[in-house]
Design a protein around this ligand. Sequence first.
Ligand code: ASP
Ligand code: MG
Length: 414
Amino acid sequence: MALIVQKYGGTSVGSADRIRRVAERLLAAQRGGADVVAVISAMAGVTDGLIKLAQELSPQPSAREMDALLATGEQGASALVAMAVNSLGGKAVSLTGAAAGIVTDGAHTKAKIAHISPRRIHELLAEDFIVIVAGFQGQSPEGAITTLGRGGSDLTAIALAAALKATDCQIFTDVDGVHTCDPRVVPEANKIDEIAYDELLEMAGAGSKVMQSRAVEFAKKFGVGFEVRSSLRDTPGTKAKAAPANMEDVVVRGVSLERKQAKVTICGVPDRPGCAGEIFSAIAAANLSVDMIVQNASSTGMTDLSFTLHHDDFLVAEKILTPLVSRIGASGMTATSGVAKLSVVGIGMRSHAGVASRLFACLGRAGVNIQLISTSEIKIAVVIAEDELERAAQVTHAAFGLARPRLATTAADG
Ligand code: ASP
Ligand code: MG
């Protein structure tokens, strides 16, 4: 018998009306002949609201109590979904993560799933219940409530799909799938039908966040195929799997954009062991996360070192590095915000040449200056001026043939 895991994010359960629509979907899936397990996130805004309340009462609330607090958001939403199913004449029960058998380590606020014992879920399914599981949470071996990190309901869904050997795992959200680029920037952007786990991971890291990255990593590790689709419309979404059908032919799957970046360049860094270590230790000690790091080859005994980070962290980075620049004997530093990152991602790059040249040439033709370049096996990323991002995205999207194919006119149309 088919077993479907459906996950609904915060906006999909954001109001009574939307919860009713979720209940209708769950019932329709069950009527279709499947066992149905739903994973529910907190209603939109609830987790943030709880965090805010906690901060009002304590500057540094204990991680254990934060978990006990935040887990309630998912529990409330799950109970509401179960009520909605029941009031439509169906049979549903809600379970906390712990009751669903999700056991984690004891790392509060960022717990890892240790194992899942889904006995209770199976019993309830056997009695024809739709089982509603509160996402984002589990229980430590000592029995304390734990949470899985922000966005963790995605992970709950993927992990449950693996543990239950689900035939389908569907992640319902407020967009209709993963797109070739942000449709607000590139109106011709297409929904992607199939995508590789690795591409989804790279795109998330490059600014196109559709799902929690840890959940995608888990899916990759355990081979859990899933579909990201809209809870508001009835259209097929994007299927994530190890090897999409047209994997080799599609050179670039999508163009990811990340705004609000800043770029720091330290010039004339002495070319000796330990300098990069000193610079990045200072940054790490301030708990700043850097993204692209580029160092130039040196021919004069000096090298230039650049990196990017979120523009909110830029002033702190500048403050920390100013004394360090003279201490290590570098000649100076420039720091600029107002830059953005554009990345092209595709596993087809492993087997196709000329991707970099096509990207750089199209940006050149559009008069977009490239400030930094970095690559991975399946990604090429460039840093450009933020006010040129839209134009750059549009020309790049077109250059890689990602635009929506025009609707074919029929022969009768002539
Ligand atoms: N409610 C949690 C959050 O906002 C978990 C989730 O939505 O998946 O991060
Ligand atoms: Mg969420």
